[in-house]
Structure formats: structure tokens, C-alpha cells
Design a protein around this ligand. Structure first.
Ligand SMILES: Cc1cc2nc3c(=O)[nH]c(=O)nc-3n(C[C@H](O)[C@H](O)[C@H](O)COP(=O)(O)OP(=O)(O)OC[C@H]3O[C@@H](n4cnc5c(N)ncnc54)[C@H](O)[C@@H]3O)c2cc1C
Length: 502
């Protein structure tokens, strides 16, 4: 008997087939779960592309408190200590859970887990699989477990709306498959729909990462937090592919250097040089490109022929775009990579709307603050999957209706991506952001990608300071740390003024 037939009133719908959705579905067992994914399991996720690894305080010289300190430092005043501590403390147990599911993590000579070092971590604590293939291996393990789980039913469809009951609680989803719509009522919905990178012309994210889950949550009345914080990875491979393949930061950790077309170091004179924090390097490269230089990541001297064995994923991605990193420098540029902001959730992953939860990149848990510490996002998704399963309670579903008007009007997606890249990108100012707001506002009501982009832009306009990944060329200083929050209602109130300013 499948999950739907056994106990429909108790069903939880999980939207998304990445680490967050799969782990939540497994953690909820034996409660019946319908996992809805826009693409077949294993495809279309950022999870499968994760190269670095998963941070966990496993070393003899490490402790969750040290991991917390690094997380708070990266978060630039907006990471929350209690959240960071809960997530860091869960890390070792989560790695053990993945090992039990059969994920083959890399091990040292004695059989212990091999722990890698990444920028801004004070200890070796990055757990990897297949060198730089961690995401793919984790995804494989989770998909296998979900396919074997009797409590999980998988539905291939795109969620286009949330259902709400008479009290305003979220009570199911509206799906679309092959042009046909259908509803799945549920006692709770967990959004695990990933990030927003595909709203930008240059991105490392899959095409589907347009932040639709954020628009669904906003239309249902949920509060979104810190939407302006988009992390740009400094070294996406600039060789014509879209999405852009990633050249992991670990390459610079192994001595690869950022140089221009003359071979001159790009990060010369900047504190930390090539190993400066991610946002600093992204801005350094952005400014070099703006001055007409071309930027390369040169692995030839540091790694030479070893690059293929040490970084097989990067070597394969380079080969696909005709680059041999053992002989040629890799052209790179910053690209939208990770969204720190999202649906504001509490300690059990619950949003401000009853019955609606969020996990993974779509959520704002308070962990990442203004800047994510490398390898903390897979960890956060795994940790909150457990917190949601432990805390999930919801009323049985009553009569339901869609949360808001269906938002599927066609827009020029390439133009939207170019606009976000140019006006709400690595370096922003009021004039540019206002232009983005004015152009997005008229189409946001009828298109989810435009609504999410508008929420990012409007939040960026409101943060009149430079903090973490949000860099305003017109506001270099910092104010007292504060989160930004936005709802659809609050957005609508600000729009006439913002448009008038354009
Ligand atoms: C190239 C790259 C490298 C990275 N490296 C690392 C790393 O080393 N360590 C680390 O911790 N993090 C890394 N990250 C970040 C990390 O991979 C992501 O933050 C994380 O995988 C997000 O997981 P998720 O489950 O939230 O979203 P995803 O894995 O993106 O999954 C989202 C899912 O939602 C589905 N979906 C979306 N909208 C709908 C809808 N409307 N209806 C139905 N389904 C929908 C998608 O089809 C997909 O199945 C990397 C990211 C990238 C892009």
C-alpha cells in the first residue's frame, strides 16, 4: 500500500529533491511523505554539484564551539549563536547517519575519515567523498534511501501554488505535470526548493534555481528574511557554459593563483591575497574585470598534472569546455552561488504561516547571516531536516483553497537575469537597484521569478550599508547589525515610492 492510500490525513508534502527534501523525507519516517520534485530524483539540484564537502567538528583538536566561532565570523554580525551551536553540535552525528546510509566518505590510511581544510575554517573539518564529488555521492546515497523507504512516495511535478485552509494554514500544494494541474492536500508542507542563482546571468546554480519556493511562501503570507544576501562565488569557469561550472576554492588552498592576462596577481595588496574571504575575492575579480582585465585561475605551477587526480570534477568540467588545467590557466569570474536569505524559520524549521516549513537553501535559519561559511550549507540542510521532523506538528487538513493567484505569466527570463546581474550583483548602488525594482514591479504580480527577484532587489535597496556579501558602493560603512524582513504586503506598500524614485 503506498503512502497516499495508507493515511492521507497525516501526510506531509516535501517539495524538492535535493539534500534538504530527501533528508527531511527520510527523517520524517515512518510518517507518510509525498516528495514532489520538478525533475526526476538525482537531477536538477545544486546538491549534486557540491564540490567542497560537509563541515563537521570531528577532529581530535576540534569542537563545535570552534566551528561556531568560524561560522559567526563569516556571518558578519548576523549569524545567530544558538542556531550555529545546534547545527555544529549535530554535525558529527549527521556524518555518521550518512555513513550508515552508505555514503562513501574519503578516509585516511588508518580508515578514519579524512578531514580537509577550507578557507575561514580554523581546523581541518571538511568531510569529502570522491575528492571533489561530495554532493553527487551524498545525493546518490539519499536518493537510494528514499527509493527504498516505504513511507515516501515520490511525485514528479512542479509545485505552482500552496493550498490554505479556512484558518489560513498551509494545507497542501497545487502541482503541474505535462500541462495538467492537480492538488495534494497535506497536514503540512516543507519547502526544500533550493536557491536563487538562476535569477542572475552568471551563476553556478541549476536552471531551476529561480527561487520559486520563496515566491510561493511570500504569496502565502510568510515572512522572508535577509533576502539581499546573495553569495557570489569568485571562481566560476568563464568559458561560455550556462550554468557556469565551478572551480572550487580548494584549488587556491593548494596554491593555485589568480592572475590577469599579463600574469600579474589580481589580489595583490589585498589582505589575505588569493585566500581572502570569498566576498573579498569576488569583489577583487569583479573590479579587475570592470577595468577591462581578464582573470584566470592558474593551477599549472601548484598542481600541474596532479590536478586531474586531486580535483577530478574540476578537471572534467574544464575538459567539457575545452580547457586543460595542467597546461592552460582557467578563465574565471564571480557568479551567483548561494542565497543566505530565505523563508524565515524558527528552531524547528517552521515559517510564520502555520503548516508551512522550509529547509535547506530556501530557508533563513539564522545560521549563515550575511555570508555563508564554506561547506556549512549541506550541513545546515541535514541538521534542519532532523529539527523539522522532531518538531513537526500540524492540524489535520480541512477544506482548502489556493494561497494566491497562480503566477505563471511568461517573461523574458534572459532580460531578468541580465538586469539582476547588472543592478543587484556583486557591487550595488541605489540608482541601479531602483532601476531593477521599477522594472520588476510591473511583472512580479504574475511571475514567480520576477517576484523573487523583486524581493531580493527591494531588500537590497533597504540595506544602506556594506556587510558580508551585500556590497553597496554608495554605503561603505556599517550600521548596527540587524536582520531585514519582508512580506508581500510590506513590499506592496513600498512599491509606489520606489517606482516614483526610478
Ligand atoms: C556548484 C556548487 C557547489 C557547491 N558546493 C558546496 C559544498 O561543497 N558544500 C556545501 O555545504 N554547499 C555547497 N554548495 C551549496 C549547496 O550545494 C546547496 O546550498 C544545497 O545543495 C541546497 O540544497 P537544497 O536541497 O536546499 O536545494 P537543491 O539541491 O538545489 O534542490 C532543490 C530541489 O527543489 C526542486 N524544486 C524547485 N522548485 C520546485 C517546484 N516549484 N516544484 C517542485 N520541485 C521544485 C528542484 O527540482 C530540486 O529537486 C554548492 C552549490 C553549488 C551550486
Amino acid at each position: 500500500m503506498n503512502a497516499l492510500a495508507r493515511n492521507p490525513a497525516d501526510r506531509v508534502v516535501v517539495v524538492g529533491g535535493g539534500v534538504a527534501g530527501l533528508a527531511t523525507a527520510l527523517r520524517l519516517a515512518p510518517r507518510p511523505v509525498t516528495l514532489v520534485s520538478a525533475e526526476p530524483l538525482g537531477l536538477g539540484t545544486a546538491t549534486g554539484w557540491a564540490q567542497g564537502g560537509i563541515a563537521a567538528a570531528l577532529g581530535a583538536d576540534d569542537a563545535p564551539e570552534l566551528h561556531v566561532a568560524d561560522t559567526l565570523a563569516a556571518g558578519a554580525g548576523l549569524s545567530e549563536r544558538d542556531v550555529a551551536l545546534r547545527v555544529a553540535a549535530a554535525g558529527p552525528g549527521l556524518i555518521a547517519w550518512l555513513v550508515a546510509l552508505g555514503v562513501p566518505f574519503d578516509r585516511g590510511a588508518g580508515g578514519a575519515l579524512a578531514l580537509g581544510l577550507e578557507a575561514a575554517h580554523c581546523r581541518r573539518r571538511i568531510v569529502r567523498s570522491g575528492g571533489d564529488a561530495t554532493g553527487a555521492r551524498v545525493l546518490e546515497g539519499l536518493v537510494r534511501a528514499v527509493q527504498a523507504a516505504p513511507s515516501v512516495e515520490v511525485v514528479a511535478a512542479r509545485v505552482t501554488d500552496l493550498l490554505r485552509d479556512g484558518n489560513g494554514a498551509v494545507a497542501g500544494v497545487v502541482c503541474e505535470r505535462d500541462g495538467a494541474g492537480f492538488r495534494i492536500p497535506a497536514r503540512a508542507v516543507v519547502l526544500a526548493t533550493g536557491g536563487v542563482g538562476a535569477l542572475y546571468a552568471a551563476t553556478t546554480n541549476p536552471r531551476g534555481a529561480t527561487g520559486r519556493g520563496l515566491a510561493l511562501a511570500a504569496r502565502a503570507g510568510a515572512t522572508l528574511r535577509d533576502m539581499e544576501f546573495v553569495q557570489f562565488h569568485p571562481t566560476a569557469i568563464a568559458a561560455g557554459a550556462d550554468p557556469m561550472p565551478l572551480a572550487t576554492e580548494a584549488l587556491r588552498g593548494e596554491g593555485a593563483r589568480l592572475v590577469d592576462e599579463q600574469g600579474a596577481p589580481v589580489m595583490a595588496g589585498v589582505d589575505g591575497g588569493d585566500l581572502a574571504p570569498r566576498d573579498v575575492v569576488a569583489r577583487g575579480i569583479f573590479q579587475a574585470l570592470a577595468r577591462g582585465r581578464t582573470v584566470f585561475l592558474d593551477t599549472r605551477e601548484a598542481l600541474g598534472d596532479r590536478v586531474a587526480a586531486r580535483f577530478p570534477t574540476v578537471a572534467a568540467l574544464c575538459a567539457r569546455v575545452g580547457i586543460d588545467p595542467a597546461r592552460q590557466a582557467i578563465p574565471v569570474r564571480p557568479a551567483a552561488h548561494y542565497h543566505m536569505g530565505g523563508v524565515k524559520v524558527d528552531a524547528r524549521g517552521a515559517s510564520s504561516v502555520p503548516g508551512l516549513y522550509a529547509c535547506g537553501e530556501v530557508a533563513s535559519t539564522g545560521l549563515h547571516g550575511a555570508n555563508r561559511l564554506a561547506s556549512n550549507s549541506l550541513l545546515e540542510a541535514l541538521a534542519f531536516a532532523g529539527f523539522i521532523a522532531d518538531g513537526l506538528e500540524a492540524a489535520p487538513a480541512g477544506p482548502v483553497h489556493p494561497a494566491g493567484p497562480s503566477a505563471r505569466a511568461e517573461i523574458d527570463h534572459a532580460a531578468l537575469r541580465a538586469l539582476m546581474e547588472a543592478r543587484v550583483g556583486v557591487v550595488r548602488d541605489a540608482a541601479g537597484i531602483r532601476e531593477a525594482v521599477a522594472r520588476l514591479a510591473p511583472v512580479a504580480e504574475t511571475n514567480d521569478a520576477a517576484l523573487t527577484a523583486l524581493l531580493v532587489a527591494r531588500s537590497a535597496l533597504g540595506r544602506q550599508e556594506s556587510r558580508g556579501a551585500h556590497w553597496r558602493s554608495d554605503f561603505g560603512g556599517q550600521q548596527a547589525p540587524r536582520h531585514s524582513e519582508i512580506t508581500l504586503g510590506a513590499l506592496a506598500e513600498t512599491l509606489p515610492a520606489a517606482e516614483a524614485l526610478s
